[in-house]
Every structure is written in C-alpha cells, then in structure tokens.
Design a protein. Structure first.
Length: 120
C-alpha cells in the first residue's frame, strides 16, 4: 500500500484530535477534574473501539481483505492482553489508597514520565 503524505497528515491529525479529546484538552480541562461515571467510560470506550474498527475498515478498503483481517486480529489480541493491566491498576490503586478522583491524573503523570524516560 502506498500512502501519500496527505494521508499520513490526515491520520496524524485525527489521532491527535482523538487523544486530545480523550485527555480533556479540548474541554478546557473540565473533563480531567471530574470522576468518570460508568456510562461515560462506556461511551468513551465505544468511541475508541468504533474508531479502531473504522480504521480497520479503511485498511481493508485500501489494502485488501488480508490486511484488514490482520489488523483486526492484532487489535483484538492487543485488547485482550491489555485487560490484565486493568487488574494491576486496580490492585495498585487499592494498595496505595489513591482516591478515585485522582486515579486518572496518576495514570496521566505515569504515562508522561514513561515517555520522558524513553525520549532521554
């Protein structure tokens, strides 16, 4: 598959906008200060899954059925492997007694610190 520079720029713009929205940067920071309800978390998860499926559909259209199936298989494998991380986070937060309202910020800081360490 031959992707043009415009295609990569469009992909990067959509991805950055989705991440900024999810982090609450497009909501003026209001979303980062509140605890998510189960309904809100479900809607956000459905949005990310929908975005991944739309990307997989685009891969299928642009590069064929085998590439789309390979993407879907890899996506499902990654999702199933990431479920164990949820249990680890729950155990760590419970042991350290981190309040639910601060857990998102702790995860964001840990994620940012990891990328800073990788960049160095």
């Amino acid at each position: 598959m031959n992707i043009t520079v415009l295609g990569w720029l469009l992909f990067a713009a959509i991805l950055l906008a989705a991440i900024a929205y999810d982090l609450g940067l497009l909501a003026g920071g209001r979303g980062a200060r509140r605890e998510l309800t189960l309904r809100q978390a479900t809607i956000r998860s459905a949005g990310w899954i929908g975005l991944a499926l739309a990307f997989g559909f685009a891969v299928t259209i642009l590069d064929g059925r085998n590439a789309g199936l390979a993407f879907l298989t890899a996506y499902l494998l990654e999702e199933s492997l990431s479920v164990d991380n949820i249990f680890v986070f729950v155990l760590i937060f419970a042991e350290l007694r981190i309040p639910a309202r601060l857990q998102r910020n702790v995860l964001l800081w840990a994620f940012s610190a990891r990328w800073l360490l990788v960049a160095c």
